[in-house]
Design a protein around this ligand. Structure first.
Ligand SMILES: *Cc1c(COP(=O)(O)O)cnc(C)c1O
Length: 392
């Protein structure tokens, strides 16, 4: 690894690894020295189709040569097409496009306010969210994020009440008629790849119905096939009122989306909300190309099969060092007994890119196109890293 010194003209808000990648192909990334790394993080669950995917690349190229952006003052055909497809594949009637996960959650926050203020006469000032959640870094999304380290430097934030994730009793306590929305990840990503107990999401839905609160699912990380279903909510058939998407949707081109029921879409009249870039031609061409592949025959079963094999290999490899291997599809976490950073560095030494989540969780989120040969390489490299750096 050649050294990357912190750049004097960049804000030092990231702790970067000393690597710069210059090219990618499939599940592989190549650094400045031409060394190959197996990408098992996908730019944090973004590169759903890996790197240089021919269909996505061709779609972006073609759109770039035709038209990049016109603003939402005009109709945008690729945006209309992507909205039609997202609605046809989900509970939603309408889509609002933006550029990131945080922005999609900001939209959800504003819908919750309109629901409380306009539909319920200001009687629903409270929003409930989960501890250890992650919803993004803008002020509204941060307000819903139940992780103290991210929040505290920016207090005071809009008030949100937090409940322990997966605890039905705590949810019953928190949910009251003055709650406008409950915001949950159907499977927590950043918080440590935490799968809720069976029935938790059903209970959440029932409590929202009882108190006329919106159920908002943040599927920024879990959406677009990551968990082996197109959307994670489909696993248990618990349908939200609003859903946030971003990360995998553009396969690496920035795009976010808020999907919602008709009744809620009616609240977002002209003047209430907007984005200059949101859903432009280029981003939506990328989104459509990603959907072409992810909705193809056998693609999602392939995600489930690959995920099951990786989880089993991880369990076998880590043995007693892993408290638990968990996740769904190709969002996999191994809860370790100590900090995973030394192991992460040992993986990089072996040409393998992994991630961390929550406290002491090794996270794997490879491209959804990962095949048998790459999984073999993953197992081999992870085993070598583990030998070099076993952590207690
Ligand atoms: C990454 C993430 C976000 C934030 O997305 P940005 O595009 O970084 O704003 C929000 N929610 C979840 C669940 C995420 O994983």
């Amino acid at each position: 690894m050649s050294e990357v010194t912190p750049h004097p003209n960049l804000v030092q808000n990231y702790a970067r690894f000393p690597l710069r990648f210059v090219r990618g192909a499939g599940c592989w990334l190549y650094d400045e020295d031409g060394r190959a790394y197996l990408d098992c993080l996908s730019g944090i669950a973004v590169n759903a189709l890996g790197h240089g995917h021919p269909h996505l690349t061709a779609a972006i190229r073609e759109q770039a040569g035709q038209l990049l952006h016109t603003s939402n003052l005009f109709g945008i055909a690729p945006q209309e097409r992507l909205a039609e497809r997202l609605c046809a594949a989900s509970f939603a009637d309408r889509v609002y496009f933006c550029n990131s996960g945080a922005e999609a959650n900001e939209t959800a926050f504003k819908i919750a306010r309109l629901w409380g203020n306009q539909v319920h006469g200001g009687s629903k000032p409270r929003i409930v969210a989960a501890e250890a959640s992650f919803h993004g870094r803008t002020v509204g999304a941060l307000a819903m994020t139940g992780t103290a380290a991210y929040r505290e430097p920016f207090a005071p934030l809009p008030a949100v009440d937090f409940v322990p994730y997966g605890d039905v009793g705590a949810l019953e306590q928190a949910m009251r008629p003055d709650v406008s929305a409950l915001v949950l990840e159907p499977l927590q990503g950043e918080g440590g790849v935490r799968v809720p107990p069976a029935g938790y999401l059903q209970q959440a839905r029932a409590l929202c119905d009882q108190h006329q609160a919106l159920l908002i699912f943040d599927e920024v990380q879990t959406g677009i096939g990551r968990t082996g279903d197109l959307f994670a909510y489909q696993h248990e058939g618990v349908v939200p009122d609003v859903m946030s998407l971003a990360k995998g949707l553009g396969g690496g081109v920035p795009i976010g989306a808020s999907l919602m029921r008709e009744e809620l879409a009616q609240l977002l009249t002209p003047g209430t909300h907007a984005s200059t870039f949101g859903g432009n031609h280029l981003a939506c061409a990328a989104g459509n190309a990603v959907l072409d592949v992810v909705q193809g025959d056998g693609f999602l079963p392939g995600v489930r099969t690959a995920g099951a094999r990786i989880a089993a290999e991880l369990q076998r490899l880590l043995g007693d060092a892993a408290v638990e291997v968990r996740g769904r599809g190709l969002l996999i976490g191994a809860q370790l007994r100590s900090a995973p950073l030394p192991l992460l560095r040992a993986c990089l030494d072996q040409g393998l890119i992994c991630g961390v989540a929550g406290s002491n969780v090794l996270r794997l989120a490879p491209p959804l196109i990962i095949g048998e040969a790459e999984i073999d390489a993953l197992v081999e490299r992870l085993a070598a890293a583990w030998t070099a750096c076993p952590i207690a």
